[in-house]
Design a protein around this ligand. Structure first.
Ligand code: 13P
Ligand code: SF4
Length: 311
């Protein structure tokens, strides 16, 4: 039982004792974002994990992110507060099916969204994040055929942006799929001057109404800088915490789902991490991410290409 434990004090004490760094994604609960040493988007978190000289990385995000940290920093202990923090995109892309798909298309390279398992990374040529996908695609010769997985919406978006055809794996993020176009249009009518910022994991019928499309960090930057007083945010609503901290006088509205509010767009996987579980992870150095060395080295190749090409 954690009765009588001051969780915040204990996390702060253990972080020093263990020489640990706490990394958090913007979709984590506000109290986790607030205690983290660094909060960022997937690319920034990968870079931090690769660079840090801490002995322990406590990763407050989902499993593919903690695995990425382990692939890039194998000598470190990487803990994830809840090992069940998965991702619907990862689930949509089982490695054996992805391998078979690649074998059916031997003349294609695989450009793969970081939201996938280490096994799928090992089967891929280049990993991308939402912040780097378009930039990396533009570096691939036009006559090179490309498979893009597992997010069909991000793939479709960068294909439209670059005018390029890609073979799309049919995966989706259940969180970004839950936005309703009808409800978004109603909200826009109520706030005709408010821009819409959307994540590229949203379906095209949402992205088409957006004034800005980008990664969580890019959306946060836009929301801090836009000229106006109200903005509609079409991504997981926990990121609004950072916006309210940075520019408290502005009004940030989470884009709605079919029920007219943004609660159905909370990522259920990210929500599994809690302050209590973070404390226990730092205390016990469990649950830990462990990985077969051959798999790690193979997955690292495609991740290293991302780090080079994302620049
Ligand atoms: P980014 O923070 O890289 O935009 O990723 C969003 C996301 O859905 C992570 O799961
Ligand atoms: Fe996966 Fe979507 Fe949750 Fe991100 S928000 S972890 S893509 S389910």
């Amino acid at each position: 039982s954690l009765a009588g434990v001051d969780v915040i004090e204990e996390i702060n004490r253990l972080r020093k004792e263990r020489n640990a760094i706490i990394l958090a994604h913007y979709y984590q609960k506000p109290e986790i974002q607030d205690i983290a040493d660094f909060v960022g988007d997937s690319l920034e978190l990968s870079r931090k994990a690769a660079e840090t000289d801490a002995d322990v990385i406590a990763f407050c995000g989902v499993k593919f992110m903690a695995e990425t940290a382990k692939i890039l920093s194998p000598e470190k202990i990487v803990v994830l507060p809840d090992l069940d923090a998965g991702c619907s995109l990862e689930d949509s892309c089982p490695p054996d099916k992805f391998k078979a798909f690649r074998e059916e298309h031997p003349d294609h390279i695989a450009l793969t969204y970081i939201n996938c398992s280490a096994e799928v990374k090992a089967l891929s040529d280049i990993i991308v994040t939402s912040s780097s996908a378009e930039h990396i695609l533009k570096q691939i010769p036009l006559d090179q055929k490309v498979i893009f997985g597992p997010d069909k919406h991000l793939g479709g978006y960068i294909a439209r942006q670059t005018g390029r055809d890609m073979l799309l794996w049919p995966g989706v993020c259940i969180v970004h799929e839950a936005f309703s176009e009808t409800e978004l249009l109603k909200l826009k009518q109520q706030h005709p001057d408010a821009p819409v910022a959307a994540h590229p994991e949203c379906p095209a019928y949402i992205v088409d109404h957006a004034d800005m499309v980008g990664s969580t960090s890019a959306i946060l930057k836009y929301a801090k800088e836009f000229d106006g007083d109200t903005i509609i945010i079409a991504t997981e609503p926990h990121i609004i915490h950072q916006m309210e901290k940075a520019v408290p006088e502005k009004n940030f509205i989470g884009a709605p789902g079919a029920d007219g509010n943004c609660n159905c767009n909370i990522c259920p996987y990210m929500a599994l991490n809690t302050m209590e579980k973070l404390y226990v992870a730092l205390r016990d150095l469990e649950p830990r991410i462990e990985m077969d060395e051959e798999l790690r080295l193979q997955a690292k190749k495609s991740l290293d290409r991302m780090l080079e090409m994302a620049s």
